[in-house]
Design a protein around this ligand. Structure first.
Ligand code: HEM
Length: 478
């Protein structure tokens, strides 16, 4: 009570004004406005306060050092859809800790190296083969390969068409449920308790149908792995790995099922965004591609594909990945929420506030990254006497107790795709009437930021067809 009394005298962080007068994505506008105001500012003070963090220091302090900010913002409509069982939406508590423990058991660096390396290698090579065969549909090829990779990782087999459709419809329903201002219930949570037959409770009926679809989508593939495990030898998968280590109670199985069901929505769009962004930025920078190709030929030659073991001998490829993640982090605003009221820099943070870390803003802060809009992988090269700026991979996966559990898996796949792209293709802008038309730097502005559909040419390098077909014959399946 006394803490509350003391805090009550403190003001909310300063209010950001003038956002409506600026153009650009939300994160760009917040970054521009916060620069002169404060590392923590208020975007919206009506109803649930929405705050924005614009510096690494503030984000480390709140998200990493304090456990209070490990909850997720509340969206009653998303709860009605049953998304509370999805790890990414779960509120902080015992169930979340158990889910994350299970995820870390299968996604820690040694598990990625020892169990999933063959799947990652095969999947990245498969993507190159698709680029070679049908370069015009490269955008779709990336989506298809990543969807298949995450499903195979989760359940050990290829997804059927029906699952992909169900997953897309579930993601669309979630996006609809998260639309600001669309649902009264998000502003008046008590509406969740009105019965679905009452007039005006249309949202209840819509939510029930979406919830049932989501439940089927996470239950059916899980039960299939469980049945297959009982009847014989089946491919390794997250579900298989987790069930082997579990107590096999209905409660622990249910947590594994929900954790598995969270991976598709969390892992696909983010990974697709990272890969398409690399394709886009490499197309725009031929000099960077040539330097990476020379490094690759000098390190491993041109008669085989790079593997995860070559990572240390390809430092320039690593600089390119860092710069691509900096230019366009797939999740530009990372949202956490605090369980109890708190204070920071003399400001009051009411409990259950939405606290958004502006990851894009931090990666474009010119006090850390000079000329932040320029694409310059060399900014991360270590030069004696100069401090290298922070590796963006320390930010793009979030921070603290909610940090992305798939980060090591994602980093390995992104490296393999980037290195194999450099080894197999020269990415060039399309030409019209003899003039090169570089693709525009245009990104989506929703929850996930990825390049908007664009065009480029995948020009195979001399040995591409050879090294890709050889690899096809030797392919190893987990
Ligand atoms: C480059 C690709 C990826 C990026 C940039 C990314 C980024 C993120 C971010 C920013 C968060 C929120 C972290 C926070 O709140 O502090 C997150 C959460 C999560 N990610 Fe990823 N992710 C990627 C790939 C993956 C993959 C491949 C998987 C699974 C195999 C995965 C599984 C998850 C899960 C389950 C969560 C929810 C964790 C929680 O709420 O406690 N992610 N990711």
């Amino acid at each position: 009570y006394w803490t509350w009394q003391r805090h009550r005298r403190l003001p909310l962080p300063p209010l950001l004004t003038g956002a409506d007068k600026l153009q650009g994505a939300r994160w760009e506008i917040y970054a521009a406005l916060c620069k002169t105001i404060s590392p923590i500012a208020t975007i919206n003070s009506v109803g649930v306060p929405v705050l924005i963090l614009s510096t690494v220091e503030a984000t480390l302090e709140l998200f990493s050092k304090r456990s209070n900010f490990s909850c997720r913002p509340r969206w009653p409509m998303a709860d009605l859809l049953g998304r509370q069982n999805n790890v990414g939406f779960q509120y902080y508590g015992e169930r979340l800790k158990q889910s994350r423990k299970i995820l870390n058991h299968s996604l820690n660096p040694s598990a990625v190296r020892d169990i999933w390396a063959a799947l990652l290698e095969e999947s990245s090579t498969g993507l190159m083969q698709r680029f070679l065969k049908s370069p015009d549909t490269f955008y779709h090829n990336v989506e298809w390969s990543v969807d298949t990779l995450i499903f195979r990782f989760t359940y050990g087999r290829e997804p059927d068409h029906e699952y992909i459709e169900q997953a897309e419809s579930a993601m669309n329903a979630t996006n609809e449920a998260l639309q600001p201002g669309k649902w009264w219930i998000n502003t008046v949570p008590s509406l969740a308790y009105i019965p679905s037959w009452m007039p005006g409770a249309g949202f209840q009926r819509w939510a029930r149908s979406a919830r049932e679809k989501y439940a089927t989508m996470i239950r059916d593939p899980f039960l299939r792995v469980q049945d297959d495990m009982a009847s014989g030898d089946i491919p390794m998968s997250f579900v298989n790995h987790a069930l082997q280590a579990s107590e096999n109670t209905s409660a622990s199985n249910e947590i594994i099922m929900s954790a598995a069901g969270s991976l598709f929505s969390a892992g696909t769009e983010t990974l697709v965004a990272s890969i398409l962004n690399i394709v886009l930025l490499l197309t725009l920078h031929p000099e960077v591609q040539e330097r990476a190709y020379s490094e690759l030929v000098a390190a491993i030659g041109s008669d085989r594909l790079p593997t995860l073991e070559d990572q240390m001998s390809l430092p320039y490829v690593d600089l390119i990945i860092q710069e691509c993640q900096r230019i366009s982090p797939p999740v530009p605003l990372v949202g956490h929420s605090n369980i109890r009221e708190d204070t920071y820099l003399g400001y009051r943070i009411p409990k259950k506030s939405w606290v958004l870390a502006n990851i894009w803003g931090m990666l474009h802060d010119d006090s850390n990254y000079t000329r932040p809009l320029d694409f310059d992988p060399d900014r991360f090269a270590s030069v004696e006497g100069h401090q290298t700026p922070m590796d963006p991979r320390n930010l793009v996966y979030g921070l603290g107790r909610r940090i992305c559990p798939g980060m090591h898996f994602a980093n390995s796949f992104v490296f393999l795709v980037a290195a194999k792209l450099v080894a197999c293709f020269e990415l060039v802008p399309i030409e019209r009437d003899g003039t090169k038309l570089p693709p525009p730097l245009q990104y989506t502005t929703g929850l996930i930021c990825k390049p908007q559909p664009f065009m480029c040419i995948f020009k195979p390098r001399t040995h591409a067809a050879e090294i890709l077909s050889e690899r096809d014959e030797q392919s190893t399946v987990v």
